[in-house]
Design a protein around this ligand. Sequence first.
Ligand SMILES: NC(=O)C1=CN([C@@H]2O[C@H](COP(=O)(O)OP(=O)(O)OC[C@H]3O[C@@H](n4cnc5c(N)ncnc54)[C@H](OP(=O)(O)O)[C@@H]3O)[C@@H](O)[C@H]2O)C=CC1
Ligand SMILES: CC(C)(CO)C(=O)C(=O)O
Length: 316
Amino acid sequence: MRYIRVMGGGALGLLFAAKLAASGCRIDLVTRTREQALLLRENGIEIEGESSVYIHVDNVRSFQDLVWEPQTSDSKPDAILLAVKQTAMYGDMASYIASASRDTVILSIQNGIGHWDALGISTNRDHLIQAVTTEGARKITPISAAHTGRGWTRIGLVYPGESRSSSDGVLDNIQKCLEQAGFQASLSKNINHTIWEKLLINAVINPLTALLGVSNGELPESPQALSLMRSLFDEGVEVAKYQGISIEESHWDEILQVCRKTAGNHSSMLQDLTAGRPTEIESINGGLLRLAERTGLALPVNETVYRLIKAAELKG
Ligand SMILES: NC(=O)C1=CN([C@@H]2O[C@H](COP(=O)(O)OP(=O)(O)OC[C@H]3O[C@@H](n4cnc5c(N)ncnc54)[C@H](OP(=O)(O)O)[C@@H]3O)[C@@H](O)[C@H]2O)C=CC1
Ligand SMILES: CC(C)(CO)C(=O)C(=O)O
């Protein structure tokens, strides 16, 4: 796995592209705008914080330019790393990903649920890989990002039941690449469980920090907020149960631990709301609501925060 295309020059995209390129991987980076692509080609990528990397990357272009480009065998990457937000996973982007050759691994590091369904791929899905990461990054300028927290990354097949004999080798290769680039990476036979654990962390912390305008560390300090966090968690655990996923009680302590460990962080949803960008609410609490609807479960607290975030998004 020597040639990886990173989609998205945001916080995680810049971090992963820079570290993978610095470790010797052939990287090309795809941005939304031509302006950012030009700046990156001229200035390279700079990462500060937990990692310090400065690297020149020649191969940077906008998504629009990528889709018009003729595809040759040399321009076909071994893997596409999806580092765009869920909100960008529709329309042309979904069509591009869905039409990629099955020899190209699709590796998503997105939070939340629903992005694989958005691609609409119903067969031959053994090249779809989810990475759940607790790495923290924040974009500073179009060409730089801060690595705000070192974490772990677990990878696994999205549809393990459909794996072919070569799948294990593919996962091993990706793990090695990530490790060579300095990420702590491991393989998971049950990535779905890890996806759900991360989903519940985001479902509990993100909307409340965004609505209250508080840091992750401040959130559980208010008894009222803590009680809402617990209700969001309990409702999420019920939905997980209906999906055949058992979330242990210890995961509640893990969520409180995340608040302590990332005490100074502003959650991504708070950052998105503050900047007037759409949030990932649809794939977090919205994802839970859609699944609950199918089973007739009521999620009053998730529904309330979902509606409040949607209303706050409209304010811009
Ligand atoms: N940041 C973090 O610490 C973590 C993030 N995640 C998850 O990773 C994913 C990415 O997050 P993050 O990096 O923070 O998000 P960012 O918003 O920083 O980056 C997303 C990038 O995608 C770009 N983009 C949008 N549309 C396209 C397109 N059509 N083609 C190419 N690029 C496009 C955006 O460009 P533009 O800015 O020009 O719109 C932006 O640069 C999210 O799902 C997030 O939840 C998971 C763990 C930690
Ligand atoms: C873990 C947490 C809550 C850290 O801020 C996060 O993933 C986010 O902000 O989206």
